[in-house]
Design a protein around this ligand. Sequence first.
Ligand code: BGC
Length: 741
Amino acid sequence: MKRFLFALTALAVVACSTAPKMSQEEKEAFKFADKLIEKMTLQEKLGQLQQFVTKKGDVTGPDGVKRNLDEAIRQGTVGSFLSIRSKEEMLRLQKIAIEESRLGIPLIFGFDIIHGCRIQFPENLGASCSWDMEALEHAARIAAEETTSLGIHWTFSPMCDISADPRWGRVSEGAGEDPYLGAKVAAAIVRGYQGDDLASDNTIAACVKHFAAYGAPQAGRDYHTVDMSEMMFRDRYLPPYKAALEAGAATVMSSFNDFMGIPASGNKWLMHTLLREELGFTGFVVSDYNAVHEQVKHGTAADGKDAACQAMNAHLNMDMVYGDYITHGEALVKEGKVSEKTINQLCREVLAVKYRLGLFDDPFKYGRQNHEDVAYRPENLQFAREVAAKSMVLLSNNGVLPLKNVKKIAVVGPLADAPRDQIGAWISFGEADHSVTTLSAIKERYGAPNVIYAKGSDFHKPIKGGIEEAVRAAKQADVVLLSLGLPYTEGGEATSLTEITVPEAQQALLDAVKKSGKRVVVLLGTGRAMDVRNEVEKADAVLVTWHGGTMEGPAIADLVSGDKNPSGHLTMSFPYCVGQCPVHYNMKITGRPRNNPQHDKKYLSRYMHTPNEPLFPFGYGLSYTEFEYSDLQVLTPEVELGGVVKISVKVTNKGKYDGDDVAQLYIRDLVAETTRPMRELKGFERFSLKAGESKVVTFEVPTSDLAYCHRDLSFKADAGAFKVWVGEDSNATLEGDFTIK
Ligand code: BGC
């Protein structure tokens, strides 16, 4: 026992010399793992580090090596699978692992559960516009319950990549451009998936991805190189990953991109120094799909063996799919290029997560619940409807919304009855035939005989007679609900765009319908921010519905009818035009700021023919009512470092409708050691107010939240003067001052 404890301590020192203390549960898991490792052969240890997808009974990595699936499990040369859809197949494979492999080590099954399992919630960017952390946590909880009842243990989510570049399609999977909000969202989702007890049969392990800085590919092109300073990384990109880890995320995924010249999967600074030593992460890291081997394509590894060698020594635990770990691991150890101690360390971290999931206790408990009893529960569908409504953002409205005295409604456009598109790009187990579309929900709300439908156009191509039919429909109606935007195939992974306007065929539809003289409400379905100048100019109202999920239609009906009041606020700026991208509210100030947008002096940081500012800034979102912000009080004009800044503001609902709003607090550090953003979000509160009611919102900002990256790269707050603004978006004008002493 003594010898065992000594070995354990020695390993722990190697692994994480400055790491925070482990929980009792983690300690127990490592104790178990270390005991088991003593019994394992090198090949079995390597097996735990290999994850495969299955193809018709074989697991063939792109390395070309064909491995009989069942045999690979029997021999212990595979530790995990991803993307198996069949519960029966997972149970069958698990049975082989438990009953027929030498040590009976359970497999861990992973799947991309991105914004819901069966019930699809709005795509993540949309959902983040609710600014409702409780709702996001609960949505992840529902997803975890549906997922576990399929026999799955682990999701590759949340995506914590900050991005302000709508050319990059994967913005749909994240929470937008802001690190403070991104951190809150990431933590909420992790809590939702993992609950209080990872071992419970209805919680799943979360995976923080894509580590790191995957959201900043050059020119918005997916998988492209990322080059940024460590200072920028620590200030803007690290906070959401860090928050997800602090919330207890059990696993991390390395990103495809390089980071400071080294592909993430072979980047020891990222995978070990930062992740383990600094942030104290004790779970395991899985590579992104083939990302270990892709170091060869990046040109930093000679071949698969070299790639495996670099990734293992960088502290990357699990090779997703390609097979370099299992193919070359033994030779690397024999040749002394990777030590067995390193393999032990990589392996114990995988085993410890399996232990914490309870898989060693009962490898079959996930999936014992009858999936049909858990999936699509009515109360969860109702909840999805509420989240979708809270996510939608009203960009413009000349009073047409909410609809009043409307007898006949024309429902037009390629997204009006598009059950597959509305659930978004990455739907895991989502099913289009469960979607409730705008058309069916508007019929339900207003009565089918009062609704005239015309598709009008495809996404990119006109349809024969489509425009004429749409105009006929418009002419018979009092108002047109025109569902425009992007199909699900133009969002998510590998969907970079250089044009982010509504496609021409749909613009032609808008023009034609508008000519009918009827009022037009554009419902914009998209997974990314877009250039919507044209729609805002021509339509009477524009409501961004995102790809709103299974219950998108009813949520739209709730909002346009006025049964509910829009309350979503953008978490990603909508640019004026694509040439500004990436454009975000928290850009640095520069030495030649153009403070006055009307100022046309030449030698300032500005575009010649377009504004610097996005069309709709971060935080923006209209309501049917009007909220007035007044009486900003800095309750603590002078605060000691380490103290809490307190600011209050009065909000009054001055309009005729009850409504929800999001009060947002922004600061600027006026003189700092390194250049700071123009504004930074440091607090928000979502609240409800009845028409005519007022309330005081009080923000408490710990000075530690004002920390930033200094010249020596230390991350801390310091004394000085700050400006503060509170309001409904990042252009808030109500202001005050405080000082940290
Ligand atoms: C994506 C990841 C995903 C993985 C497994 C990759 O292509 O980048 O986000 O988790 O595939 O499906």
